[in-house]
Design a binder for this molecule. Structure first.
Ligand SMILES: Nc1ncnc2c1ncn2[C@@H]1O[C@H](COP(=O)(O)OP(=O)(O)O)[C@@H](O)[C@H]1O
Ligand SMILES: [Mg+2]
Length: 392
């Protein structure tokens, strides 16, 4: 006689009994029918799981595809370094609105050297600041390396400025109490990627690049304007930015030094760096791959001069034209001074603003040099001090 063990009813057995109305335990043993039912149940479960996994992965794929589509639309799969779309910027001055940018569209590619020209107040600095992430637009979009930066938070913008953009300003903006090397080390410090030694080495390499390694331990006051600007360029390059933004980089330099700084920029550009410069300097546009003209917050003209070669006759003609402009410029300066007799100090940019842009932009020399020439020719008595013309 075999003694059948007592079988405990499992929850599954209870489910079977409820579903079929049959007993799961029959004559002291698990019923064959229950075993069959259990097997079927298991298979069904596996099948269901498979279906679930499949639909889930399908959904996941669909979601991924959608994201990729959206990213593409957002420019993540980008072909241009910078795309600017319908950019507007309006400043509020008390209760009046100043429309500084009124719908700008442009694209900039890797390795470009962009020159933005235009009269004072036309919105050049505003455009640079928006592209460089120093400010946000009122309307429109800016894609930097495919990322829409026009809506980013201040923190994200600061990170982009630190990692991707180098700035060079008209008045160098070096820290006066620090040496050239320490100035170049400032951005390296903020990015925090290098050791102390690494930072010193990198700063020295950058100073060598701009030809100032021997001046590394001088403070700005011990350096000339051109040297200070070269330090500023080295500093702008510290974090290997994708883009270097320059707002009138030669504006405060005499023409000879200006040309030296420009040559440096051109060399760096030839090595692959992308530059966006604002300038009144005709020499800048000669180096540029694209020239944009701005007026009243709009781009009025886009010219590509990269690859265009001047013939000798064209060169001669241009030189003649610029010489004529120089004469026109001189007489305009005299006119202005005559109209402002009695003043002891005149802001040089005020004189410039009274001369048509077509003349200012096509001079053979730097405006200040022409002013200096007038003084040396005894047309009037005075001297240039920074941004001012001091009259005796
Ligand atoms: N922070 C500001 N607040 C109010 N108006 C401004 C500000 N910055 C610039 N503007 C105005 O916007 C216009 C464009 O200025 P800006 O971009 O500096 O021109 P540009 O660099 O070509 O001289 C000007 O009319 C200027 O007065
Ligand atoms: Mg400006």
């Amino acid at each position: 006689m075999t003694k059948s063990p007592t079988i405990k009813k499992t929850p599954l057995m209870e489910q079977y009994e409820q579903e079929t109305g049959k007993l799961a335990i029959w004559k002291g043993d698990v019923s064959k029918q229950f075993k069959k039912w259990k097997k079927k149940k298991k298979q069904e479960e596996i099948k269901q799981q498979k279906v679930e996994i499949l639909t889930q992965s399908k959904m996941e794929k669909k979601k991924m595809k959608k994201e990729i589509r959206e990213d593409r639309r957002a420019g993540k799969d980008y072909e241009h370094l910078i795309v600017v779309e319908n950019l507007h910027k309006t400043y509020l001055l008390g209760t009046t609105a100043v429309a500084a940018l009124r719908g700008i569209d442009l694209t900039i590619d890797n390795g470009d050297f962009i020159d933005i020209m235009g009269p004072s107040g036309s919105g050049k600095t505003t455009l640079l600041n928006l592209i460089g992430g120093l400010d946000t637009p009122t309307r429109g979009k800016i894609f930097l390396e495919g990322r829409n930066i026009s809506m980013l938070s201040d923190n994200d913008l600061a990170e982009i400025r630190r990692e991707r953009i180098g700035f060079v300003f008209q008045f160098y903006n070096l820290l006066p109490q620090m040496t050239a090397m320490e100035n170049v080390m400032v951005p390296l410090h903020f990015s925090g990627k290098l050791s102390r030694r690494g930072k010193r080495k990198k700063a020295m390499d950058l100073l060598r690049l701009v030809g100032l390694d021997e001046r590394a331990h001088h403070t700005p006051s011990e350096l000339s304007g051109g040297e200070q600007q070269r330090v500023a360029i080295a500093r702008a390059f510290a974090n290997d930015p994708a883009i270097c933004v320059l707002d009138e980089p030669t504006g405060d330099l005499d023409s000879k030094t200006g040309v030296m700084v420009l040559n440096l920029i051109r060399d760096l550009n030839k090595r692959g760096a992308t530059f966006i410069a604002v300038s009144h300097d005709a020499a800048v546009s000669e180096f540029a791959t694209k020239v944009f003209h701005m007026r009243d917050g709009k781009l009025t003209h886009e010219g590509k001069i990269g690859g265009l070669k001047e013939t000798e006759i064209m060169q001669l003609k241009r030189r003649q034209e610029t010489e004529i402009n120089k004469e026109k410029c001189k007489s305009k300066i005299i006119q202005y001074l005559y109209a402002n007799q009695g003043k002891r100090e005149i802001v040089i940019s005020d004189i410039k603003n009274n001369i048509p842009n077509s003349i200012i932009m096509n001079l053979p020399e730097h405006f200040n040099d022409i002013l200096q020439e007038l003084i040396e020719e005894n047309n009037f008595f005075g001297r240039i001090e920074g941004e001012l013309l001091i009259l005796n």
